[in-house]
Design a protein around this ligand. Structure first.
Ligand SMILES: NC(=O)C1=CN([C@@H]2O[C@H](COP(=O)(O)OP(=O)(O)OC[C@H]3O[C@@H](n4cnc5c(N)ncnc54)[C@H](OP(=O)(O)O)[C@@H]3O)[C@@H](O)[C@H]2O)C=CC1
Ligand SMILES: CC(C)CCC[C@@H](C)[C@H]1CC=C2C3=C(CC[C@@]21C)[C@@]1(C)CC[C@H](O)C[C@@H]1CC3
Length: 418
């Protein structure tokens, strides 16, 4: 039986009060955005146009559709994978194995959806179902997190996450108690992290594009850009799926409400906000401006992918010729820290690239409304907070070597600014 551990561990996210507030605030913000995006004034700040009643939110058919989607993604997850990767070493020195078939799931989903659409499935009707679908996803996240919390009560202590075991039920429910909850080889966190939410996000975007084509004869250039940029991002994340195994979500955070809701509901229903906005508020976009925006996205992607791949290659094999010439700092753990290349420019070059892309996703929506910039604002605060959490973890791991790295590379995300 698991016992509360790490009572002295520092609490994150403002402790139990912060966790309780976030559990209300995140779903409320998601529903607010969904309602506001379709309203005429589309005001980010201000009351929603109306408060939906239970008859708008609750629909057994939408719940069934949502479970069909989860079931389809689970079935694709279980298909034979091109590769099986090993995760980071766990407390008990073992390593879990993960199927690398996320990109395959994306391609197969695209094929199945293509077949269904050509057989008459009205994908363009999906935008009208976003509210009850988001409600079904939120309900699922709450119930799923509760089951995960109960499952952790009978998990061995070695299976618990470093952070979500304070003994306070609200805090632990939010952060998640068990690090890698599994039934047989089915890893719930790994599955949720990149499949139903990310693939669902681009499917919602596609449905919005099709709905726009139905309404206006053809999709707008702005809609094409938003769809293209975000498909590139999701495709890239799934192509480099193995990289998720070294993120703090997998190696440090337990699987609780934060990630369950974030992965299943927040990502598909709020990350598609720009496309939702464009469906209801068409924006003129000329070719010169579109070219500038494409360039911004390409610069962001170049930095994001370059930085993530450089670290991944280095962590897998420091003698790889692509990274062997880079300058490093040794640490007491035996691992080294890169201090030249992308990781010598700022301490989180990948966040910088991600933020530049976030800007490129909002610009096609023009500058008349703040709403499409919500993602950029939210993402900046998420990455600033994530950077601070990572900094604390690295300080604990690397001690003096981390201080030396901070001295050599003084800026965190934006050179000479932050
Ligand atoms: N769209 C979205 O909603 C989100 C996107 N992301 C993106 O996901 C990607 C991964 O992000 P995330 O998991 O937060 O963190 P990182 O990929 O930045 O990983 C941080 C870890 O990298 C290692 N590291 C740090 N500095 C160095 C160095 N100089 N040399 C070698 N290793 C170093 C450390 O781990 P160790 O030493 O143990 O290897 C550290 O804990 C990012 O591109 C981010 O933008 C993240 C969150 C949300
Ligand atoms: C808790 C929040 C409210 C929402 C968090 C959502 C996130 C867990 C995911 C949204 C997009 C993600 C991406 C990745 C992991 C999952 C999250 C963070 C990757 C970092 C995985 C590694 C790849 O190389 C890039 C991915 C980008 C998107």
């Amino acid at each position: 039986m698991a016992s509360p551990q790490g009572s002295g561990a520092p609490l994150e996210f403002g402790g139990p009060l912060g966790a309780a507030a976030l559990m209300l605030l995140l779903p409320a913000t998601m529903f607010h955005l969904l309602l506001v995006a379709r309203s005429g004034p589309a005001r980010l700040l201000g009351p929603p146009p109306y408060l939906p009643g239970p008859e708008v939110l609750w629909s057994p058919q939408m719940l069934l559709l949502w479970f069909t989607w989860l079931g389809l993604q689970a079935a694709l997850y279980l298909l034979p994978a091109r590769k099986v990767a090993e995760g980071q070493e766990l407390k008990d020195k073992s390593r879990l194995r993960y199927p690398i078939n996320g990109f395959q799931a994306l391609v197969l989903t695209a094929l199945l959806v293509g077949l269904a659409v050509s057989a008459g499935l009205p994908l363009g009707a999906l935008p009208e179902m976003l509210l009850p679908l988001a409600f079904a996803a939120t309900l699922t996240a709450f119930i799923f997190s509760l089951l995960l919390y109960l499952k952790a009560l009978v998990a061995p202590a070695s299976a618990l996450a470093p952070g979500g075991n304070s003994g306070n039920p609200i805090y632990d429910f939010f952060l998640g108690r068990e690090l890698n909850p599994r039934i047989w080889s089915f890893d719930f966190k790994y599955f949720c992290e990149l499949r139903p939410g990310l693939i669902g996000w681009v499917l919602i975007n596609l449905a919005l594009l099709m709905q726009e084509a139905e309404l206006r004869g053809s999709p707008s250039l702005a809609m094409w850009l938003v769809n293209g940029f975000q498909l590139l991002y999701v495709g890239d994340a799934l192509w480099h799926e193995e990289a998720v195994l070294t993120t703090m979500d997998i190696t440090h955070d337990g699987f609780g409400f934060m990630l369950a809701f974030g992965d299943l509901a927040w990502v598909p229903f709020t990350y598609s906000l720009q496309a939702q906005f464009l469906l209801h508020h068409p924006q003129p976009l000329g070719l010169p401006m579109a070219s500038v925006i494409c360039l911004i996205n390409a610069v962001g992607y170049y930095i994001f992918r370059g930085a993530n791949s450089q670290k991944h290659t280095f962590r897998k094999n420091p003698s790889d010729p692509r990274v062997a010439g880079l300058e490093t700092i040794p640490t007491a753990t035996g691992r080294q820290l890169l201090v030249s290349g992308w990781w010598g420019v700022v301490r989180h070059p990948n966040y910088l690239g991600d933020l530049i892309m976030a800007l490129a996703w909002s610009l096609p929506c023009g500058v008349s409304h703040l709403l499409p910039y919500f993602y950029l604002l939210y993402f900046t605060s998420l990455l600033v907070h994530r950077e601070a959490r990572d900094e604390q973890q690295c300080l604990r791991k690397y001690g003096l070597a981390w201080h030396e790295y901070c001295r050599r590379v003084p800026y965190r995300i934006l050179p000479y600014v932050y």
